[in-house]
Structures are given as structure tokens and as C-alpha cells.
Write a protein that binds this ligand. Structure first.
Ligand code: NAG
Ligand code: NAG
Ligand code: NAG
Ligand code: NAG
Ligand code: NAG
Ligand code: NAG
Ligand code: NAG
Ligand code: NAG
Ligand code: NAG
Ligand code: NAG
Ligand code: NAG
Length: 557
């Protein structure tokens, strides 16, 4: 039975790290201690589109909270009590399902007085069935850090929360490997949207589920400097087999003490070099840092021969490093207190181009070169909520919190779009759409104004190419565009609703077109043998489908 489950490995290709979605599942782990009443939990749900409806269901009591017709750029903060935290190592229904009719992003926040530890909740499409678990042994880590162990005895393990993301009973196989290298598999059953919490103690290596699950690595009170501790929440990324090289930049601010990798295939890794093939071999899930020299004084870039998840461990912190392959064009950061900041990593040659909302970064920002990498990093303090984006290059952004004991806590910021765009955080790209029904040219114009942004205007080669691309995705056909000729002068002009000049500098007429004015004063595009959608003149009263244009939509706050 177990063998059957284990052989079904799914290799998700091209898994996106875009954090927008319409369906999310998560849970709140124990923060500090179940008896420590001062902590609370929050969701910060951000709308990206106008007129968005969101529902949050707490599976433990079935209560649904709905918020309708929210406009874009609104943050719905749901303040939840300590009671929603799950401290028990067992099966539980203390999970939250968040669904919406349009894309949103979700942060879960574990709070305590002035402290806000924020984590991006991954949308359902970023979840998977197979997860590799880093081999984290609490005692060993705390000993190697020379920390005073303040934790309660019952906190001596890291934990995993495995959350069923589907509405069906599913089984999950947990593979453990002990110090002698012997492996053992256990199967648990998860009810719809329920979770199971297990201790990991360095032995659990892999999770194989029958269907999508969310997996959260957590610790209620990870000892940090100065006799304090932090709750840890680290949502694992599903396993993806990808044998491309990758690189990780380790920003000095996190004072890395260990780098931990989870892998089930050997790979090579090296520090401060660009050809990982010269590096040392890593065979299994292990601490790769012990293999690398001089980390504390000279940490910059770690190169690997395959794509892996690399976790940075320092007192009170377990952080997924954003690999350069997953750098993105636009992030959302929600900075609550004055102790928060965003850490931005950008190509040294274009740090000037980094934007916060629609502004350049404040002039007092200090960029520090990450030695030998071509990248620089900077701490940016800013407004409460903002976008940080780059018009043409991918960047890395972390949300940082400096906690009371002077420890740095952090996690990756919310990705709104992986691709950079000159206009900002692109939500939906520009597109030409064909109306459903045939109608005359005048009605077509009205139709486009009502159902899109414009009647199609093909004023240059690039618009023509984009229109052709959009049209060929549909049944090849013909349609009206906003070009017409004057009754008096018979000159062609673009019938614009805006201030755009009406003159026709670019044309794409079919051979023998346009026809004589008496054969038609309007223009259409139609599929020709070369599939180019060339232009023809036509009688304005004849019936064709309208070709409309929708502008690109950007996220603004
Ligand atoms: C919703 O977000 C996903 C990325 O997670 C994106 O691919 C998709 O186009 C978005 N949908 C809309 C309608 O914006
Ligand atoms: C959640 O679990 C509790 C305890 O097992 C149970 O009493 C309750 O009925 C469950 N709630 C739902 C909605 O299933
Ligand atoms: C919906 O969200 C808005 C914006 O955050 C908030 O002011 C309002 O109280 C919320 N409504 C409900 C029913 O929670
Ligand atoms: C959330 O509620 C708790 C108590 O219920 C309160 O102490 C805390 O200040 C609230 N947090 C926010 C951000 O509203
Ligand atoms: C960092 O390490 C690299 C490779 O080991 C070495 O070449 C370089 O000089 C070191 N830089 C510093 C500042 O120590
Ligand atoms: C932090 O969030 C809480 C609740 O959302 C809000 O009351 C408070 O003003 C925020 N603080 C800052 C500095 O933005
Ligand atoms: C970069 O290297 C220079 C010397 O080569 C050193 O002074 C500086 O501290 C290093 N910066 C970082 C961020 O490691
Ligand atoms: C930084 O950008 C420049 C110019 O686009 C490019 O030549 C260089 O390769 C980039 N550096 C890195 C480390 O990607
Ligand atoms: C230890 O933490 C306390 C507050 O919790 C702070 O006042 C003190 O400065 C910290 N000491 C060090 C050495 O970080
Ligand atoms: C806190 O961190 C800052 C910057 O790293 C350092 O200058 C300061 O001495 C630290 N404070 C304590 C109390 O450790
Ligand atoms: C083509 O025209 C559109 C406006 O309709 C403009 O946004 C775009 O930049 C132009 N493209 C080129 C390559 O000139």
C-alpha cells in the first residue's frame, strides 16, 4: 500500500511562485506557548481587483466570514484570537480556508504586543504532493549556536503541520530515516481541509500525499539571542526536480549560522563561485554549511548544480532564501511597525531603477554591494503598505522585522508578478478581444466602450502583432477596428475617444485595399492566407464582430 503511494511522484514543471490566487489554506501554529495568553493572530488579505468578494472559513466551527464588493488595494485585517493556534501533535480541524472570486494575496501574521511576524500564505496552485523536509534537530542546532536553552522540555522538536488542501479524505505517507540510515514509513489519514501536526526531530525526510497538501515547518519558541525565543513559521515549497544551476545570495543582515538543504539527489555546491561543478558534493538532506569555510566573514553567494530549497538558520530564525532563479519583478510589502523594513536585492548596475509604489526609493537608502555577485542589497523603511518593483530586472525582496531582543526575523515578501514590467506591478496584460456578436461599425464602437477600454487601434507594428496574436487564439475570423475615413476628404483616421492623434502613420492593408470610398468608409481586419489579419475597407453598416482593446492593468495603492 505504501509502495503504491510512494511511486506516484509528481514532478511539477515550471511551478510558479506568484503569490496571487483565489483559494488558500493555512493554519496558525502555537506561538511561544499555549498558556502564554498575549499572542494573537491576524490575516491580512489584500485585494488586487475592484469588486472582490472574499470568504474566510474556520474549519473548526464552520463559521464563514464574508466581505463583499471590496475595491482594489484594500487590506482586510482579520484579528483572530490565541484560540485558533494549534498546539497539539495530532489531527485537527483548526485550519482556515480563504477563497475569493478574483485574485488576492494573503499574509498570516503572528502577533504579540508590538511584534508582527508575517508570512505569505501560498495559493493553492503553488501547493504540491511531495515535499522534502530539511533535517532539523533542535538540540543540535541550539548546542551549535551556544545558546542558553530557555525552551520548555516539550518544545524540543521542530514540527510539521500537514494540511489537506482538498475536499476529500486523503492519505499522507511520512518517511523517516534514523541515524543508522534505516527508513520507516507511516501513513496518516487527513479529513477534508484538516491538518495533522507531527514532531520532526531531524528524522522526517519526505512527505508524499495523495493530493495537494500545504506543509508548514514550525517551532513555537526557537531560542534566539538574549534569552528570548521566536515562533518559526516556514511554509515548504513542493519538491520539483530541476537540474538547472542556481544561485543564492545570503544577505549579511541575517547573520547566517547554518545553511540547510533538503535534497534526494546528490548535487554540488560551492561558496563565492559561479561554477558549482567545482564545489563539494551534497548527498542527502543535510547541513551544507559545515562543508563551506569561512561563512561568517565572507558569505555572499552559494551556487548549486540543481535547484534546491536552501534555508538559512540563525538564532530564532529559519528563512527560505530566494534563489536568483525565483527573483521577481514586483512585490507587495506590508510593514506594520517602525521596527519593520524591506530588504531589497537588486543588480548593482540598476539599483537606481527600483521603485516603491510610483516613486524612486528615498535618497537616504544605502545600497551595499554583496561582494563578488554583481548584486547589492538595501534596507528600505517605508509606508505601511507598498509595492516594490523594478521596471526591467528581477529583484529579491524580504520582509524584515527587528524584534525586541535585537534579533532579525524575516520571510520573503509577497510576489505580485514574477515578470518585471515597465509600468509597475502588472496584474493583467493588455489584450485585444473579439466581441461575441456581429454588429455594424457604430454599434461595435459602443460595444467596445462598454465591455472593454477601447475600440481596437492598430497604430504601430507592435499593436498589429499583439492583435494578431490575440485573434489567432480564437476561431480565425474578421472584425471591425476603429479606423474609418472621412466622408468629405476620404482620408483615413483613427476614431479615438482619447487625445491620441487620429492620423494614420502605420497601415497594414491587404493587396488591392483599401477599396474605393463608395465601397466602404470603415475598416476591418480579416484572416488572410498568411494569417496576418490584414486590413480591408468595408461598408460601415455590414455586420462583423468588434475587435476591442483592454489596457494592461497595474496594481496601485
Ligand atoms: C491570477 O493569478 C495568477 C498567478 O497566480 C495569474 O496567472 C492569473 O492570470 C491571475 N488571474 C487574473 C484574472 O488576473
Ligand atoms: C472539529 O473538531 C472538533 C474536535 O475534534 C469537533 O468537536 C468538531 O465537531 C469539529 N468541527 C467540525 C466543523 O467538524
Ligand atoms: C471588510 O473589509 C473592510 C476593509 O478592511 C473592513 O473595513 C470591514 O470591516 C470588513 N467587513 C467585514 C464584514 O469584516
Ligand atoms: C488583536 O486583538 C488582540 C486581543 O484580542 C489585541 O491585543 C491586539 O492589539 C489586536 N491586534 C490588532 C492588530 O488589532
Ligand atoms: C571571500 O572568499 C573568496 C573565495 O574563497 C576569496 O577569493 C575572497 O578573497 C574572499 N573575500 C574576502 C573579503 O575575504
Ligand atoms: C499595525 O497594524 C495595526 C492593526 O492593523 C494598526 O492599528 C497599527 O496602526 C499598525 N501600525 C503601523 C505602524 O502601521
Ligand atoms: C566586501 O569586500 C570588502 C573588501 O574587499 C570588505 O571591506 C567589505 O566589508 C565586504 N562587504 C561585504 C558586505 O561583505
Ligand atoms: C546586471 O545587469 C547588467 C546590465 O543589464 C548585466 O550585464 C549583468 O549581467 C547583470 N548582472 C547580474 C549579476 O545579473
Ligand atoms: C536583550 O533584550 C532586552 C529586551 O528584551 C533589551 O532591552 C536588551 O538591550 C537586549 N540585550 C542585548 C544584548 O541584545
Ligand atoms: C542591535 O543591533 C545593532 C545593529 O546590528 C547594533 O548596533 C546594536 O549594538 C545591537 N544592540 C544590542 C543591544 O545588541
Ligand atoms: C504602439 O502604440 C501604443 C499605443 O497605442 C504604444 O503604447 C506603444 O508604445 C507603441 N509601440 C511602439 C513599439 O512604438
Amino acid at each position: 500500500m505504501l509502495a503504491v503511494l510512494l511511486t506516484i511522484l509528481f514532478f511539477n514543471q515550471g511551478l510558479s511562485l506568484d503569490n496571487r490566487g483565489t483559494s488558500f489554506i493555512t493554519a496558525f501554529p502555537e506561538n511561544i506557548a499555549v498558556y502564554y495568553g498575549k499572542t494573537y493572530n491576524l490575516f491580512k488579505i489584500t485585494t488586487l481587483h475592484p469588486d472582490t468578494t472574499i470568504s474566510v472559513t474556520y474549519m473548526a466551527n464552520g463559521i464563514v466570514k464574508t466581505n463583499t464588493s471590496l475595491s482594489e488595494g484594500i487590506v482586510w485585517t482579520l484579528n483572530l484570537t490565541k484560540q485558533v493556534e494549534e498546539s497539539q501533535l495530532m489531527s485537527s480541524n483548526k485550519t482556515f480556508r480563504i477563497t475569493s472570486d478574483k485574485n488576492i494575496t494573503v499574509l498570516s501574521v503572528s502577533g504579540w504586543e508590538g511584534r508582527f511576524q508575517s508570512h505569505v500564505v501560498q495559493p493553492e496552485q503553488n501547493l504540491g504532493n511531495v515535499y522534502l523536509v530539511p533535517s532539523l534537530n533542535y538540540n543540535n542546532i541550539v548546542k551549535s549556536f551556544n545558546l542558553m536553552m530557555t525552551s520548555d522540555v516539550r518544545f524540543l522538536n521542530f514540527r510539521l503541520m500537514i494540511i489537506n488542501a482538498v475536499d476529500m479524505v486523503k492519505r499522507v505517507t511520512i518517511k523517516q530515516v534514523n541515524e543508522m540510515g534505516q527508513s520507516q514509513e507511516d501513513t496518516i489519514t487527513l479529513n477534508p481541509y484538516n491538518l495533522y501536526q507531527i514532531p520532526i526531530d531531524g528524522l522526517v525526510r519526505q512527505i508524499n500525499a495523495e493530493d495537494k497538501v500545504a506543509v508548514i515547518l514550525t517551532h513555537p519558541c526557537f531560542d534566539s539571542n538574549n534569552c528570548s525565543c521566536n515562533m518559526i513559521l516556514n511554509q515548504l515549497q513542493p519538491y520539483v526536480s530541476n537540474s538547472n544551476n542556481d544561485r543564492f545570495l545570503v544577505p549579511p543582515i541575517f547573520s547566517a549560522r547554518q545553511l540547510l538543504v533538503a535534497t534526494n539527489e546528490p548535487f554540488q555546491v560551492c561558496q563565492s563561485c559561479f561554477t558549482p561543478e567545482t564545489g563539494v558534493w551534497v548527498q542527502t538532506s543535510s547541513d551544507i554549511l559545515s562543508l563551506l569555510q569561512n561563512l561568517k566573514n565572507n558569505i555572499s553567494v552559494i551556487s548549486t548544480t540543481i535547484q534546491v530549497s536552501l534555508r538559512l538558520i540563525s538564532p530564532g530564525l529559519v528563512l527560505d532564501l530566494i534563489p536568483i532563479s525565483k527573483f521577481s519583478g514586483c512585490y507587495l510589502v506590508d510593514l506594520n511597525s517602525s521596527c519593520n523594513a524591506a530588504l531589497v536585492i537588486a543588480n548593482t548596475s540598476s539599483t537606481d531603477a527600483v521603485r516603491m509604489n510610483d516613486q524612486k526609493l528615498p535618497t537616504n537608502i544605502i545600497w551595499r554591494v554583496i561582494n563578488g555577485t554583481g548584486y547589492s542589497c538595501a534596507l528600505v523603511e517605508g509606508g505601511r503598505i507598498s509595492t516594490i518593483w523594478h521596471p526591467f530586472a528581477r529583484i529579491g525582496v524580504y520582509m524584515i522585522e527587528r524584534l525586541d531582543s535585537n534579533n532579525t526575523y524575516g520571510s520573503a515578501a509577497t510576489v505580485i508578478n514574477t515578470d518585471p514590467d515597465n509600468g509597475g506591478c502588472l496584474l493583467t496584460p493588455e489584450i485585444f478581444v473579439l466581441g461575441e456578436d456581429e454588429m455594424n461599425w457604430f454599434k461595435s464602437r459602443e460595444y467596445c466602450m462598454e465591455n472593454a477600454d477601447q475600440f481596437a487601434r492598430l497604430n504601430n507594428e507592435s499593436s498589429q502583432a499583439k492583435m494578431t496574436l490575440s485573434m489567432t487564439r480564437r476561431e480565425p475570423t474578421e472584425g471591425w477596428i476603429s479606423l474609418r475615413r472621412s466622408l468629405y476628404t476620404t482620408d483615413w483616421y483613427w476614431r479615438n475617444e482619447d487625445t491620441f492623434p487620429p492620423n494614420v502613420d502605420f497601415t497594414y492593408w491587404e493587396n488591392g485595399q483599401p477599396d474605393k470610398p463608395e465601397k466602404g468608409l470603415c475598416a476591418s481586419v480579416s484572416l488572410d492566407p498568411s494569417k496576418k489579419f490584414k486590413w480591408r475597407s468595408a461598408r460601415c453598416c455590414s455586420k462583423k464582430k468588434p475587435v476591442c482593446y483592454k489596457r494592461p492593468k497595474y496594481f496601485t495603492l
